[in-house]
Design a protein around this ligand. Structure first.
Ligand code: C2O
Ligand code: CU
Ligand code: CU
Length: 420
């Protein structure tokens, strides 16, 4: 906080212009700049005053995805800030260290505003003695993955490019860059991966097939680190991974690739002589779920259904004036989310709840996979799959829950829970 200022951070949504292609300006949106936004980094337990300003010429909201804040500052569809207006809000990081993010949530315009560039990361830091790489930009790298489609004038002409089942691009970007490359100078790197796409799922691998270690999911550390060579994130999901480059220096063209083998992020490995201190990976002693939690009855049922413009939750489309569910603050309930197939089989829906970090109890009755044994705020639900979630809201207010395919959300695949 600068002297005389009554806020610690300033986040302004504004119009800008980005040169994705040499010599050709593309109209974009950004926070405090032309594209994407600054990283907001909070210490656990810290509380900061943030001045949010809308310099766009349309309404927007500022949603802190994954942060457990009261409903009135959550920035859902009720939180519209008119063009030219500002507000000062207090964000409190009263939850475990995690990789979260922020983006607009205007009713029926979320997908377009995100597509044009409004997204940023919000990190809650663990104490610095955690033993994990946490040197921002050196061995701790946030990576936002998004796909984009440009029109013949190389513009992000959303209305013309959009697909009602989720706008997918043929060009992939990392942190807003079309031709990304990352120089690796430290043997053990921590990547904070965010699937910031409107709709696409990303499956990550290393081009040499090597394994890496997933340490965190959406809302913080996993119960135990998981070694894997492939990781899928649906829209809005995050994961933190550790990659040990000390064993792969001889590899010439190392990259993070997708499941089709396309390069998402090539690496230039230039390791110095810094010793490999393998991060101490802690594991929790308690089980991920207690016997009691496992045995809790389902008290809320969610049915996801449909495709394109015909998307519903429990048979309804979103109504800003209708409360669909009520839950008491601090009281844990079991939500059962079922993705009901249609005649064509249906499609994947990533289901997200505001204002909470939940646990996945089971998928179709099967125990939670090790890489989902952590706090989550979004969950990929396959057609005909039934997922049970353990949900507690620490704050009061009205929160939305929705499919995070942003076009589905804008088409009304969203409901509201009032936490009292
Ligand atoms: Cu990423 Cu309703 O939000
Ligand atoms: Cu959210
Ligand atoms: Cu959906």
């Amino acid at each position: 906080k600068q002297q005389g200022e009554e806020f610690d951070y300033e986040v302004t949504a504004q119009q800008g212009s980005t040169e994705f292609f040499e010599g050709i300006p593309t109209d974009t949106y950004g926070y405090n700049g032309d594209l994407l936004g600054p990283i907001i980094r909070l210490q656990q337990g810290e509380s900061v005053d943030v001045k949010i300003t809308n310099d766009l010429d349309e309404p927007t909201t500022f949603h802190w995805h994954g942060l457990e804040v009261p409903g009135d500052i959550d920035g859902g569809p009720h939180g519209e800030i008119e063009p030219g207006a500002s507000q000062i809000i207090t964000l409190e990081a009263d939850q475990p260290a995690a990789t979260l993010w922020y983006h607009p949530h205007v009713h029926e315009a979320t997908a377009e505003q995100v597509f044009k560039g409004l997204s940023g990361m919000l990190l809650i830091d663990e104490p610095t003695d955690s033993g994990l790489p946490n040197d921002y930009g050196i061995d701790d790298i946030p990576l936002i993955f998004q796909d984009r489609l440009f029109d013949e004038n190389l513009q992000l002409n959303y209305k013309r490019l959009m697909d009602i089942d989720g706008t997918m691009g043929d060009i992939s970007m990392v942190n807003g860059t079309l031709d990304p490359k990352l120089t690796i100078t430290e043997p053990v790197m921590r990547f904070r991966l965010l699937n910031g796409a409107n709709a696409r799922n990303y499956t990550f691998r290393l081009s040499n097939g090597a394994s890496f270690t997933q340490i965190a999911s959406d809302g913080g550390m996993l119960k135990e680190p998981v070694e894997t060579d492939t990781l899928t994130l649906a829209a809005s999901e995050r994961a933190e991974i550790l990659v040990d480059f000390s064993t792969m220096t001889e590899e010439q063209s190392l990259a993070l690739i997708d499941d089709e083998g396309a390069e998402l992020l090539p690496f230039d490995v230039e390791l110095g002589d810094s010793p490999v201190d393998s991060a101490e990976l802690r594991t929790a002693d308690e089980p991920f779920l207690s016997e009691q939690e496992r045995a809790m009855p389902v008290t809320k049922k969610i049915e996801l259904f449909g495709m394109a413009e015909m998307v519903t939750i429990n048979g309804k489309t979103f109504d800003m004036d209708r409360i669909d569910l009520r839950q008491e603050r601090g009281v844990t309930e079991v939500w059962e989310v079922y993705n009901k197939p249609d005649m064509m089989g249906g499609m994947i829906h990533p289901f997200h709840i505001h204002g909470t970090q939940f646990k996945i109890i089971s998928r179709d009755g099967k125990e939670t996979a090790p890489n989902e044994q952590g706090l989550k705020d979004s969950v990929l639900v396959e057609p005909d799959e039934r997922v049970k979630l353990l949900v507690t809201f620490p704050e009061k207010g009205i929160f939305v829950f929705h499919c995070h395919i942003l076009e589905h959300e804008d088409n009304g695949m969203m409901g509201q829970v009032e936490v009292y």
